[in-house]
Write a protein that binds this ligand. Structure first.
Ligand code: CA
Length: 416
């Protein structure tokens, strides 16, 4: 059974599943990457991608981030690892692609601390490139003094993302910390940063999630989920243009991207509520927070013959975007690690949505042989392979492996 035939079958039957590939040993549509020895528990709980490289770590605030070269098939072993010395680096939940320091490519911020022994002893954001080169970025004094240097490295006081949130787009890198209630943007050369002014209405948990959006409505979004708030900053001046709100804890996870000439922001409460916001369509008030109104479209978990348990699915626990079918338009990927897969509890799934139209997901990704507590979709990213993106989903619960969906809607030799 090849992919196009499978798609045709999907159109006329109620269910689609990966089980049709179960017997395939050649060119399987899903590849599992085993946990490298350099990465600790819950491998796949932290994911990022860029420049054809995937970075994967485990539970935040421990040691170990591995960099894999994306490909078809993906390389089974990491090309390099970073943040491997716990005394000098703790991993972040949001490893983030950054513009190339010194003209290199495949570079990521992977953790916080003093960094590799070859670097100086000042604490900051710790980064690495696929060529193994290490670098470090400065951080605000308050964050360094309160979070990094005391050696506290609190596992996660707020509970979800650890102590620092990161996001990038184009040549902009943004960071936030709920521990110090602040957020900052780096200059394109990453050598300096500016803390953005926090509005008086956003206090507790401000900085827990951030998103950087390019396009016609460039935005640095900083969430304060305890208040259900997302503050939208001008990324050049840093000033707050306004704020959108929903019922708390909205803003636990965010993802920004551009598509079809628009700037989009996806916002989740990590527990079933996901909104896709057209940033140009918002009617903002500079002085207060407003409901996003018609600028937002709610996306929902949808049970299928294979997937159930939407109420406890943690729909929105992770968000990513990518062009999975190679048509030039982005799709939004929504993780639901608590979804039940064919009555297997918390096997986990990724729902793929088109940006325009249609209430339900266009595709669902899961493992046909899911095991209980796999929690696939706890973290997701998309990596460019050939003419399209492949979905990469963490399976941190039980498999100690990373699932690469080489056929997430994409045509090609493997997926016909
Ligand atoms: Ca597409």
């Amino acid at each position: 059974m090849r992919r196009l035939a499978w798609l045709g079958l999907c159109a006329v039957t109620a269910s689609c599943s990966w089980s049709r590939y179960d017997a395939l040993t050649k060119d399987p549509p899903v590849v599992l990457l085993e946990r490298p020895a350099s990465v600790g528990a819950r491998f796949g709980a932290a994911l990022g991608a860029g420049d054809g490289v995937v970075i994967a770590g485990g539970q935040p605030a421990q040691a170990g981030m591995a960099l894999f070269v994306a490909g078809d098939p993906p390389a089974a072993t990491p090309v390099t690892s970073t943040c491997t010395d716990l005394s000098r680096c703790r991993s972040t939940a949001t490893p983030t692609h950054v513009p190339s320091p010194q003209g290199r490519s495949g570079c990521f911020v992977a953790g916080i601390g003093r960094g590799e022994a070859t670097l100086d002893d000042t604490a900051g954001l710790v980064g690495t490139c696929v060529d193994g080169g290490a670098f470090k970025l400065p951080v605000p004094d308050s964050f360094r003094a309160r979070v990094i240097e005391p050696g506290l490295m609190p596992f996660s006081i707020v509970g979800f993302d650890g102590v620092v949130a990161l996001a990038s787009a184009g040549n902009r890198l943004g960071a936030g910390s709920p521990e110090t209630h602040e957020a900052w943007l780096y200059a394109p050369d990453l050598a300096s940063f500016s803390v953005v002014p926090r509005p008086a209405y956003a206090v507790k948990s401000y900085g827990m999630a951030v998103a950087v959006v390019d396009g016609p409505t460039p935005t640095f979004a900083v969430a304060a989920p305890a208040g259900g708030l997302v503050v939208l900053h001008d990324p050049v001046s840093g000033a707050a243009r306004g704020c959108i709100r929903r019922a708390a804890p909205w803003g636990v996870v965010m993802q920004g991207f551009t598509d079809a000439g628009k700037s989009w922001l996806a916002v989740s409460d990590a527990a079933g509520r996901v909104d896709l916001v057209d940033l140009a369509a918002l009617a903002l008030d500079p002085a207060s927070c407003v409901e996003p109104g018609v600028a937002a479209r709610a996306l929902s978990c949808a049970a299928t013959e294979d997937l159930a348990g939407c109420d406890g699915a943690a729909f929105g626990f992770a968000l990513a975007h990518g062009d999975l079918d190679g048509d030039g338009d982005q799709e939004l990927l929504v993780g639901a690690p608590g979804a039940n897969v064919r009555e297997v509890p918390n096997g986990g799934a990724v729902f793929v949505f088109d940006l325009e139209g249609g209430d339900g997901p266009r595709e669902t990704l899961f493992l046909s042989d899911a095991q209980a507590e796999d929690q696939l979709g706890s973290a997701i990213t998309a990596a460019r392979v050939g003419g399209h993106d492949v979905a990469v989903a963490g399976v941190p619960g039980t498999r100690k492996a990373l699932a690469v969906f080489l056929c997430g809607m994409s045509p090609g030799a493997r997926c016909k």
